[in-house]
Each structure stands twice: as C-alpha cells, then as structure tokens.
Design a protein around this ligand. Structure first.
Ligand code: THU
Length: 134
C-alpha cells in the first residue's frame, strides 16, 4: 500500500466516526509524519458551536501527543461536491509543523481529488521563523 493509499484509508476510517450532528458534514484527516507514522482524526462538533474541532486539528494533536513534530503530507476527506480544503485556521496549524512544500491532499469517498503544496493554500504565511527573527 502506498503512503497515499494508507492516508486515504486512515482518513476514511476516521471520517466514519466523525461527530458532526450539527453540520452533517463529516470530515476525516490523516497525516504522515516525517518519521513515517500515520495519525488520523475526525471532526468533533459541539452544541456550543465554536468549540467544535476540525479533523485536521485532531490529527495534528495526535501527532504531537506521540512525540512527532513534522508533517510530511496530509490528506483531508469529505463528501462535498468540490474538493475539500483545510479551513484557514487549519492551514495555519499545518504550517506550524510543516514546510511550504508539504503536500496537502484532498479526497472524496471515491478517492483522491487534488494535491497541492501548502504554499498555495497559505502563501506568505506567518510562522515560527517570524518570531525567531524578531
Ligand atoms: N471541517 C473539518 O473538519 N475540516 C475541514 O477542512 C473543513 C471543515 C469541519 C468543521 C465542522 O465540523 C464541519 O466540517 C463543517 O464546517
């Protein structure tokens, strides 16, 4: 199984467990770390709407909790007509632990739909380097 197939399978399995009773929009995300481990999560909504969390945020939290620090590639999977892309906040979350070249994949239940580098989703991003250079 290729790493992309593994990411797809992990995101799909996580999406099956999404808790999205308010939007009905189930999302799964899976990332491969630079160490080669895969972390996946689903979105978790909340009756207090802003408290809900995106699938990407959960996958990143799982990676960090395991002691991993670098996203090699990440895949997000949803059932929307157009390829789903990480929300603005999650683009920033990914940027923190990735590089501008890190690939962000978008998939639907049927398979991969799009792949593009993070720099295209979040150009000229503010990041850790800005703080270090201050
Ligand atoms: N959502 C994600 O989990 N990831 C995305 O990339 C887009 C949006 C979730 C948040 C919310 O639970 C639902 O999808 C609708 O916005």
């Amino acid at each position: 199984m290729s790493s992309l197939e593994a990411l797809f399978a992990a995101a799909k399995a996580a999406r099956d467990n999404a808790y999205a009773p308010y939007s009905g929009f189930a999302v799964g995300a899976a990332l491969r770390s630079a160490r080669g481990a895969i972390y996946a999560a689903a979105n978790v909504e909340n009756a207090a709407f802003p408290v809900g969390t995106c699938a990407e945020a959960g996958a990143i939290a799982a990676m960090v909790a395991a002691g991993d620090r670098e996203i090699a590639e990440i895949l997000v999977l949803a059932g929307s007509a157009d390829p789903v892309m990480p929300c603005g906040a999650c683009r920033q979350r990914i940027f923190e632990l990735a590089t501008p070249q890190t690939l962000v994949h978008s998939a639907g239940p049927e398979g991969l739909r799009a792949s593009l580098p993070l720099a295209e989703l979040l150009p000229r991003a503010f990041g850790p380097r800005d703080l270090r250079s201050a």
